[in-house]
Design a protein around this ligand. Structure first.
Ligand SMILES: Nc1ncnc2c1ncn2[C@@H]1O[C@H](COP(=O)(O)OP(=O)(O)OP(=O)(O)O)[C@@H](O)[C@H]1O
Ligand SMILES: [Mg+2]
Length: 206
């Protein structure tokens, strides 16, 4: 892993989730503005797994990993700063649902990105509009690999362990709710839920 790469933390917050806060940062080597996700408290171990998984993925539809390091005992993950808005805010602002053409254009890109993820044997387990970014040019980028898991080196077809619930209930697959074995199918299910939401502005399983 690209350990302890130095980035300068800037004050501006670009997003906040349950497990971390995302700030702007600067790469002193080239002056580029980047995103720095602070993995809070006991989520440190999870943050390392997030960094490890993200580092392996190369797709224009998956946020690009730049490195990680520590600042004041917090683990930070450096990524490309995605300029645009999260898909949840984008959908909330719409007065009417997206057309079939519009929604499929967005979801096709998410599927392209996830195809690259699944081909490495990694599953995301928490695909939802808040974990998708829509760039100003309409390009879609999947973020937040904080719940991701390496399940199989060749394909994500092999099941994960059974146990604790991971995900967001309204987007999660039946097997996640049952705390059963998970495969890449759980991500495909969540993309289906997001697709329905984009087409109807309603959640199918609420
Ligand atoms: N690379 C990025 N560029 C721009 N904004 C980002 C980037 N990564 C994340 N964000 C924004 O920050 C928010 C929180 O990031 P993220 O989802 O990774 O945190 P989290 O705490 O793991 O979330 P969750 O609540 O899903 O567990 C995202 O919803 C998104 O709006
Ligand atoms: Mg998130």
């Amino acid at each position: 892993m690209n350990n302890n790469k130095k980035f300068v933390l800037l004050a501006r917050s670009v997003g906040k989730g349950a497990m971390g806060s995302v700030f702007e940062g600067r790469d002193p080597k080239n002056g580029n503005i980047v995103a720095l996700k602070r993995c809070d408290g006991q989520e440190d171990k999870r943050g390392k797994v997030e960094a490890q998984n993200l580092e392996k993925i190369r797709s224009k539809n998956i946020v690009r990993f730049l490195g990680y390091g520590y600042h004041e005992s917090h683990l930070y993950i450096a990524m490309d700063l995605v300029v645009g808005e999260d898909y949840e805010s984008f959908l909330n602002k719409l007065k009417s649902p997206l057309t079939w053409m519009e929604a499929s254009k967005d979801m096709r890109q998410v599927m392209q990105g996830m195809k690259a993820v699944h081909s490495l044997g990694i599953i995301h387990r928490d695909l939802k509009p808040a974990n998708l970014m829509r760039k100003q040019n309409g390009d879609m980028v999947v973020v937040d690999f904080g719940t991701s898991k390496q399940v199989n080196a060749v394909s994500a077809a092999c099941a994960t362990m059974v146990g604790e619930f991971v995900g967001t209930p309204v987007y999660a697959s039946p097997e996640q709710h049952k705390r059963a074995a998970l495969t890449a199918a759980c991500d495909v299910f969540s993309i289906g839920v997001i697709f329905v939401e984009a087409l109807t502005k309603k959640l199918p399983f609420l």
